[in-house]
Design a protein around this ligand. Structure first.
Ligand SMILES: [Zn+2]
Length: 233
């Protein structure tokens, strides 16, 4: 024997299941959109950091240029002075200054070469970061667009699923509906078959009282988990 409300209850559960699945999909979408937006942001951040690095190096190069320029001026001045001095010790002192300045210029030029090399590398890095975003942005934007479309479609589907649920609730008797709603807050699905004296939800064996009630066509609750049981051979 089958409980008179069982079929309508199972239909309700089926409609509710569809509604819940749609709700879960809809709920997951903003997270997926955020993930893509974060990807775009991190690609943009990589470009900004490469741009910053490049600017820093260019500033460093300009500073070195200035330093080299003033050292060269100094060097030229010493050389001119050296030509006009008469005393040997003054001549030697200037010669020493000239050597020191020349070697300082050498060091600065070496540093500048290193910076120029680093600028080249930074330019490559910047171009690569820019290319990555440029290549991906259409895909990223397309994904976001399709997520938004999906969001709209799901919202429409959900609306009709909710209407189906409301329709399916109609034929279910009030006390059964109350019980179902209560069990639903803890378990999904709330209505499960009882097979071989085992609850189809928690898979534990139910008491013989519960089993015989179900066998008689009642819809008792599992004495282990509280789900609504219906006897299924
Ligand atoms: Zn159970």
């Amino acid at each position: 024997m089958r409980h008179p409300a069982l079929d309508s209850l199972l239909i309700l559960q089926d409609r509710d299941g569809k509604r819940l699945a749609l709700e879960a999909q809809l709920k997951g979408l903003p997270r997926e959109i955020t993930a893509v937006e974060q990807k775009i942001a991190s690609e943009k951040a990589a470009i900004e950091s490469a741009r910053g690095e490049l600017r820093e190096l260019e500033t460093k190069k300009k500073l070195l240029d200035t330093e080299i320029g003033s050292a060269e001026e100094k060097l030229a001045k010493y050389k001119t002075q050296q030509m006009s001095v008469r005393k040997n010790d003054e001549f030697q002192a200037l010669g020493h200054e000239i050597d020191t300045t020349q070697s300082a210029i050498g060091t600065l030029e070496e540093q500048e070469l290193g910076v120029m090399y680093a600028i080249d590398e930074a330019r490559k890095k910047f171009a690569a970061a820019e290319k990555l975003l440029k290549d991906n942005i259409a895909g990223h934007e397309g994904r976001i667009r399709s997520f938004r479309e999906k969001e709209g479609n799901l919202a429409v589907e959900l609306k009709s699923a909710a209407e189906e649920v409301a329709k399916a609730r109609g034929p279910v008797p009030e006390p059964v509906l109350r019980l179902y709603d209560r069990v639903c807050t803890r378990h999904q699905p709330a209505v499960v078959p009882l097979r071989g004296a085992k609850c189809g939800g928690c898979h534990l064996k139910v008491s013989s009282e519960i089993e015989s009630a179900a066998r008689k066509g009642e819809i008792p609750q599992c004495d282990q988990c509280g789900r609504i049981l219906w006897f299924d051979v």
